[in-house]
Design a protein around this ligand. Structure first.
Ligand code: ADP
Ligand code: ADP
Length: 228
């Protein structure tokens, strides 16, 4: 579903953030990208939705070279969740979740009904939380809205960049188990960045272990843990 072919990214200052990277993520697979800060994980992710363009190589999503795909069209098919999700402060939780499908042409009532379902799926009862504003939520609840919103356009691909990184360990643990449950139902193709090896092991079908701009190992959690 996602295929990197000899992808290199050099920034204008000469930093090589990603160096001749080739790998593939199957449809419905969740691959966690794990490694120390500055080794190219975020750069990898942002090239998939064309927030960053590769210097060399190409990236295919669903068999198509994304360089030939309009970035706006591309981003409709790729949900993106970051550490501090930016919700619209003057929209309610329900509206935040429904906005994108509504803008894409789904009728407001249908967009709201779907948003309510998704909020339920991420563990936020829409009857309790739907009418709240983002500043009336905890950090963990805001992250859930971010996940629901990313799923609202029903994208086949999800990019998650330390989505649970800013919440305390107890909440993170709960978000992880809810996300696993959710993923077992929605089966998105997911790239999930974390610097927490435990999170990578818990969530990943496979783990991509990053070193300086490269994937040093890409394997099932048990194989990664068992490595010398
Ligand atoms: P990670 O997500 O693993 O922390 P990044 O992909 O953010 O790593 O960064 C990889 C490398 O590229 C780092 O050395 C970082 O400093 C550098 N880098 C990231 N963004 C830029 C940029 N806009 N300009 C120059 N260097 C950058
Ligand atoms: P329409 O559905 O014809 O756009 P509405 O009366 O539903 O008209 O919307 C009025 C305003 O509220 C519009 O600017 C619209 O973009 C905005 N709006 C409608 N539904 C939503 C939604 N679910 N989330 C955010 N904004 C919305």
């Amino acid at each position: 579903m996602i295929r990197f072919e000899h992808v290199t990214k050099r920034y204008a200052d000469g930093t090589t953030a990603v160096d001749d990277l080739s790998f593939e993520v199957a449809e419905g697979e969740l691959v966690t990208l794990v490694g120390p800060s500055g080794c190219g994980k975020t750069t990898t992710m942002k090239m998939v939705n064309r927030l960053i363009e590769p210097t060399e190589g190409r990236i295919l999503v669903a068999g198509k070279d994304i360089a030939a795909t309009d970035p706006v069209q591309l981003r409709r098919r790729i949900g993106y969740v970051i550490q501090q999700v930016g919700l619209f402060p003057h929209k309610t939780v329900l509206e935040n979740t429904a906005t994108v499908p509504h803008l894409l042409g789904t009728k407001k009532a249908a967009a709201h009904a779907r948003a309510a379902e998704l909020l339920d799926l991420v563990g936020l009862d829409p009857r309790t939380y739907g009418d709240r504003y983002p500043d009336q939520l905890s950090g963990g609840q805001r992250q859930r809205v971010g996940v629901a919103r990313a799923l609202a356009a029903d994208p086949p691909v999800l990019l998650m960049d330390e989505p649970f990184g800013a919440v305390d360990p107890v909440v993170r643990e709960r978000l992880q188990s809810e996300f696993l449950k959710l993923q077992s139902q929605v089966r998105k193709t997911v790239l999930f960045v974390t610097h927490d090896i435990e999170e990578a092991v818990r969530l990943g079908d496979r783990i991509a272990v990053y070193g300086e701009g490269r994937i040093e190992q890409l394997d099932a959690p048990a194989a990664v843990l068992g490595a010398p």
